[in-house]
Design a protein around this ligand. Structure first.
Ligand SMILES: *[C@@H]1O[C@H](CO)[C@@H](O)[C@H](O)[C@H]1NC(C)=O
Length: 165
């Protein structure tokens, strides 16, 4: 029995190495290789995921980004913003909330059903929502970083999902 241990270890190492290649190969086909590898490696599930699993990890990153943006929006609203700013922040709240209640669940359901085309739509829409938030400010937006970051993650997600189509 003890003789099996080294074999198990070798198989395990091979498996991890194989998946490092899968992440590498997958991210190479996205518009932002560095961002893609960074987010996928940060999730421990990526070491034993297939491409669908990698896409699900990225959808989860979209979810986290939307949640972070919402926390920031609530904090800004609590800081008694000017009326115009307040209106824009409320609109952004709706936008980022739509990502959480519509785009993310749609993308997850679509990937889990093995019918990924709606996941592409979900990812693309997340970027559109973030963009609309930006546009609701007449001047400088306090959420520009969130927009840029959502765009980056959504583009990588859509590219990974397209590999499944
Ligand atoms: C949101 O971010 C994207 C990507 O960085 C950028 O192309 C777009 O112009 C931004 N939208 C606004 C309104 O700033």
């Amino acid at each position: 029995m003890t003789n099996l241990k080294p074999i198990a270890l070798i198989l395990c190492t091979l498996f991890i190495a194989t998946n490092a290649n899968l992440i590498e190969e997958t991210c190479m086909q996205t518009p932002n290789h560095g961002l893609c590898v960074q987010y996928l490696q940060a999730d421990p599930h990526s070491s034993d995921s297939d491409v669908t699993g990698l896409a699900l990890i990225m959808v989860n990153v979209i979810k986290t980004k939307a949640n972070n943006a919402l926390v920031k929006i609530h904090q800004l609203l609590q800081g008694s913003p000017e009326p115009g700013q307040k209106e824009a922040l409320n609109s952004c709240g709706d936008r980022y909330n739509a990502i959480l209640v519509a785009d993310v669940p749609q993308a997850i359901a679509s990937l889990q059903k093995g019918d990924p085309k709606f996941a592409v739509d979900g990812a693309n829409d997340a970027a559109i929502e973030a963009n609309s938030c930006e546009n609701s400010f007449s001047g400088k937006s306090p959420l520009t970083n969130d927009n840029n970051s959502m765009h980056g993650v959504a583009a990588v997600t859509a590219a990974i999902v397209k590999l499944l189509l």
